[in-house]
Write a new protein. Structure first.
Length: 222
């Protein structure tokens, strides 16, 4: 079953209430909260994402999917677990060693959220294999993290299918999320490759009717 997680990274201040209510009405499956610390990636969205996610927590029961693009993952987990997200995802590249990865996995579980590990385009998919038995989702970045509105890197399609094959071979129950440049042109290819949770920001937020785009990305029967 395909799920859509709408990235709220580019939602303008002052418009957030209208956008979040409209997204809830459009039945997005998740709100995707892009947390950036200005160190792991250039932009700093920490405060804005904290305000937005706190607001969403107050007005909606729809689940949040927090994507930590931060160096200090421990603090990110602490701060954003306050909004009780369904999923907290951290970047493998921000961890110094296996002990730190396992510590982050445990910390997220102790907060009651599902665990995601994200990998950047240049990180080999094999590097996440040893953690798969302990997590719920693998986020394959289909753009360099840090910005919305980029073009999907099509080399990542093979990475998605390689992961899907590995998951099936080892009977693992793992969601495959793709994030970056997902739109009506690229959605079918990432789904065919094996992704089942699609993050989209620009493709949805630029539409006049969010529900039309969300349903098309899910490929509902017309
Ligand atoms: C990029 C973020 C993505 C991005 C997606 O670092 O992780 O979630 O906001 O935006 P679009 O769908 O516009 O590429
Ligand atoms: Zn993201």
């Amino acid at each position: 079953m395909i799920e859509i997680s709408t990235s709220i990274l580019t939602v303008e201040k002052g418009k957030e209430a209208d956008v979040f209510f409209a997204l809830e009405k459009s039945k997005t499956d998740y709100f995707h909260i892009d947390v950036m610390d200005g160190k792991f990636v250039e932009k700093d969205t920490y405060q804005k994402m904290l305000e937005y996610s706190s607001y969403i927590k107050r007005i909606s029961n729809l689940p949040m999917d927090v994507h930590l693009m931060v160096e200090d993952i421990e603090t990110g987990i602490e701060v954003f677990s306050a909004v009780e997200p369904n999923i907290i995802t951290f970047h493998l590249e921000a961890c110094k060693n296996k002990e730190e990865v396992m510590k982050n996995i445990r910390a997220i579980k102790e907060k009651g959220s599902r665990v995601g590990i994200a990998i950047k385009p240049n990180t080999k998919i094999e590097e996440v294999y040893e953690y798969l038995p302990y997590i719920h989702m693998c986020l394959i970045m289909t753009v360099e993290p840090g910005l919305g509105g980029q073009t999907l890197i099509t080399d990542m399609l093979e990475k998605i299918s390689t992961l899907k094959t590995h998951i099936e071979k080892h009977n693992l129950e793992i969601d495959i999320q793709v994030d970056g440049g997902v739109n009506l042109k690229t959605a079918q290819r990432v789904k065919d490759a094996g992704a089942n949770i699609l993050v989209a920001g620009t493709a949805i937020l630029m539409a006049s009717d969010y529900k039309v785009i969300i349903d098309e990305l899910k490929d509902f029967e017309k």
